[in-house]
Design a protein. Structure first.
Length: 340
């Protein structure tokens, strides 16, 4: 029996890469997306890679009526991967109600629909942001979650709790939350990649746009942190490796291999890399110089975080494969393709 997977937010950056890997593994995919932060042309990129154009429906999942209509129309779904959410950290500080309304209502509508239409399996897009600035590194899944640094991060913490409590009250529902560290890079085909709208907030798109001459200079937000070179440390995970983790999680649920009906896993490389080390790696991998300057710290940034991936390697049976150099080269190749 072919698995039919709903990917909400499937025209987004991580969503589109996950659709490709799901199709590569033989799943039928339907995408629900409101296109508020992505473009419908992403479907062309997916089709160019896999030869299969996913079903697509423009839907505002934060609207219960639209959500129910969608599930009435698209029958036979046996698993959901829920990416659809507002995700700009800075914007969430300015517009908290928009983030709580959109991110929480969308998830609750999805869970209600899964109960109504008897869809048992959910994989949720969570984030290492739930850990805040950890007291101890690397971070394991039993590291206590902390007060999130932003309303965006807090919606991830609350959504994890909503899934935990809903699967406890409804044992026929099973959920896995994947806590991403910093997703970067692009599909090697350069047919899909990160499409930031406006001025990028995240490091890699701003860096590649700077090297492409679209930005004057990359600002490195602080070199006075308590780290070896003073700049912040993160765990940068290749987006294709991350996408494959979703396929593994879905098959764990469909194959009923999960130990409890709510689980969560760190999805990172297990390696901490500083901003300055990343710039060096980019220059080595691409042969391009990155014009940059050190400026003040950015409010809300944590000093360092990187994953202990033992549990996801051993229990989930997934691990990252691509090197940082290869990943940064894929990001650059995508930027070059975009600017053609
Ligand atoms: C990485 C590092 C910056 C831009 C956030 C969210 C996380 C996820 C990924 C959504 C930091 C430094 C950045 C720049 C810089 N979001 N930086 N100059 O903040 O670690 O994580 O995005 O899914 O949940 O919290 O990612 O890429 O913004 O920053 O020096 O122009 O790069 O200080 O140390 P972050 P980021």
């Amino acid at each position: 029996m072919t698995n039919k997977v709903l990917v909400t937010g499937g025209t987004g950056y991580i969503g589109s890469h996950t659709v490709v890997e799901l199709q590569n593994s033989g799943c039928e995919v339907v995408i629900a997306d409101n296109l508020s932060n992505s473009k419908i042309e992403v479907l062309d990129g997916i089709e160019a890679i896999t030869g299969i154009r996913p079903l697509f429906e423009k839907v505002d999942l934060s609207c219960a009526k639209e959500c129910t209509e969608f599930f009435k129309k698209h029958t036979g779904i046996n698993a959901v991967i829920h990416f659809a959410a507002s995700k700009a950290v800075g914007e969430s500080v300015v517009k908290p109600l928009l983030y709580y309304r959109n991110n929480l209502n969308s998830l609750m509508n999805i869970l209600e629909a899964m109960k109504e239409f008897k869809i048992p399996n959910l994989v949720f897009s969570s984030s290492c942001t739930v850990y805040g600035q950890p007291d101890k590194l690397p971070v394991t899944e039993s590291t206590p979650r902390k007060e999130a640094e932003s309303p965006y991060g807090n919606t991830k913490t609350i959504c994890e709790d909503i899934i935990r409590d809903t699967t406890k009250a409804n044992p026929e529902l099973k959920g896995i939350a994947l806590r991403y560290f910093n997703p970067i890079g692009a599909h090697p085909s350069t047919k899909i990649g990160e499409l930031p709208l406006g001025v990028p907030g995240n490091l890699i798109p701003f860096l590649t746009q700077t090297v492409a001459g679209m930005r004057a200079e990359l600002s490195v937000f602080g070199n006075d942190y308590n780290t070896p070179d003073g700049s912040c440390i993160r765990d940068y995970i290749n987006v294709v490796d991350l996408a494959k983790a979703h396929v593994v999680a879905i098959s764990r649920l469909i194959g009923e291999k999960q130990k409890t009906n709510y689980e969560f896993f760190n999805i990172g490389t297990g390696k901490g890399v500083s901003v300055l080390e990343l710039i060096e790696s980019f220059e080595r991998a691409t042969g391009e110089k990155v014009p940059h300057k050190i400026v003040e710290r950015r409010a809300g940034d944590i000093e360092q975080i990187y994953a202990d991936t033992t549990f996801s390697n051993k229990e989930l049976g997934w691990q990252s494969e691509k090197s940082l150099d290869e990943t940064l080269l894929s990001a650059w190749n995508w930027q070059v393709a975009l600017n053609k």
